[in-house]
Design a protein around this ligand. Sequence first.
Ligand SMILES: Cc1cc2nc3c(=O)[nH]c(=O)nc-3n(C[C@H](O)[C@H](O)[C@H](O)COP(=O)(O)OP(=O)(O)OC[C@H]3O[C@@H](n4cnc5c(N)ncnc54)[C@H](O)[C@@H]3O)c2cc1C
Length: 460
Amino acid sequence: MSESFDVIVLGAGPAGEVVAGRLADANLEVAIVESRLVGGECTFWACMPSKALLRPAEAVAEARRIPGAREAVTGPLDVAAVLARRDDVIHDEDDASMVPWLEDKGITLVRDRARFTGPRTVQAGSRTLEARRAIVVATGSRAAVPPIPGLREARPWTNIEATTAKHVPDRLLILGGGAVGCEMAQAYASFGAQVSLVEGSHRLLAKEEEFASDDVRAGLEEAGVGIFCGGKVQEARRPEPGGPVTLVLEDGTELEGDELLCATGRVPNTDELDVAAAGVELDARGFLPVDDELRVAGGDGLLAVGDVTGRVLLTHMGKHQGRQAADVILGKPAGLRAAGNDAGSPRVIFTDPQVAAVGLTLQAAQEANLRVRAVDVGTQANAGGSFYGNGARGTARLVVDEDRGVVVGATFTGPDVQDSLHAATIAVVAQVPLGLLWHAVPSFPTRSEWWLKLLEAYGL
Ligand SMILES: Cc1cc2nc3c(=O)[nH]c(=O)nc-3n(C[C@H](O)[C@H](O)[C@H](O)COP(=O)(O)OP(=O)(O)OC[C@H]3O[C@@H](n4cnc5c(N)ncnc54)[C@H](O)[C@@H]3O)c2cc1C
């Protein structure tokens, strides 16, 4: 016999939880199906543990830059304590503390793997669930393992092993110089591992501003990371299980490590969903494409949110989509529920220096045929910056649309720049005219005075 709900949400990661919670708050009867842990990849194997691994070294580096505090740092990182705190942050991979939140909202949790059996029907283990109003797919993504000869057989780490490891390998090879590869290189180098990072394109963080790539590369190299950009991997070898692993690059270079982390992007968790039974199709990469209301084309009451849509693979954007999808299902006015422009997505990479960016890079804006001009100042080049310690590298850039007189992109590099990003997000998303931004006066002595310097550099 089937069970009927107003809405069924597939996947209890951050995006699925938000959509389920918002609908339950509106008194809809909601079920959420989860095959692993409530909280999803973000809570246990991605955002939260990675930041727990990075923060201690960042705090120590910050103290070391400041005379007076520097003298109090008398020893190396206590790696065992860092790993223990990481375990606290991820609740020892136990979701018991997350479940009461669902129960309090009256959401039915079904612990099983879901697959479609019809347009509004899913099978989860022995249970058949029917949706009266909608099904929302929020099944997320997992690490991609590219088809490099020998790679799969070498049993590489993915983000799961890298974020939950109980010991630090002496030598870690990392394949991929995007956000995950760079953050894990930073963390493991701070734990004393000898890290080598291989990136196929000519620079790290290839989608960010070039100066951000340069700053992060310099920071990683200072931390002792060996960086091989433009190095295409031809083969991976691990002859003995548990023994050393080797990456062979196109030019014949061989790199040996004790573990190999594969950080080369994500694939969607759609292969076992059988979406054809719901009458819809995946795109060529296996994602579930959605329109601006998060509806899946051709679906009957079918929406998707989060990584599985392939739009912006970040927790905050998945949660934002979750709120929008709930509002679409609740029939809220269109003005409030439009999916917005992905180009406005903020992003932070928690390396040392950090990269905090929103909107378009200069290159992306030019490729979009906008008439833009970029202005740059140092993030440390003001009175506020002096308190973060001399010698901390960093740049602030605004990309200004000259025709409209608004900021279409901003990138900040430097220590502790993450919380400065939201002002730029507001400027970009709200399209605040430069003449008005000029009157948003930053406090003295804060590093936010870089806004004044940027606007002056632009000519105000
Ligand atoms: C190392 C790393 C660090 C990251 N750091 C950040 C960061 O600092 N900030 C940030 O914004 N983003 C970060 N991200 C990205 C972020 O983790 C994802 O964007 C986010 O987890 C996506 O949320 P989601 O709800 O769409 O999917 P997920 O978190 O992947 O959750 C999907 C859930 O669906 C479940 N599921 C899958 N298939 C089924 C099925 N058939 N039936 C039932 N359940 C199913 C899964 O078990 C999972 O729990 C990071 C990613 C990685 C890998």
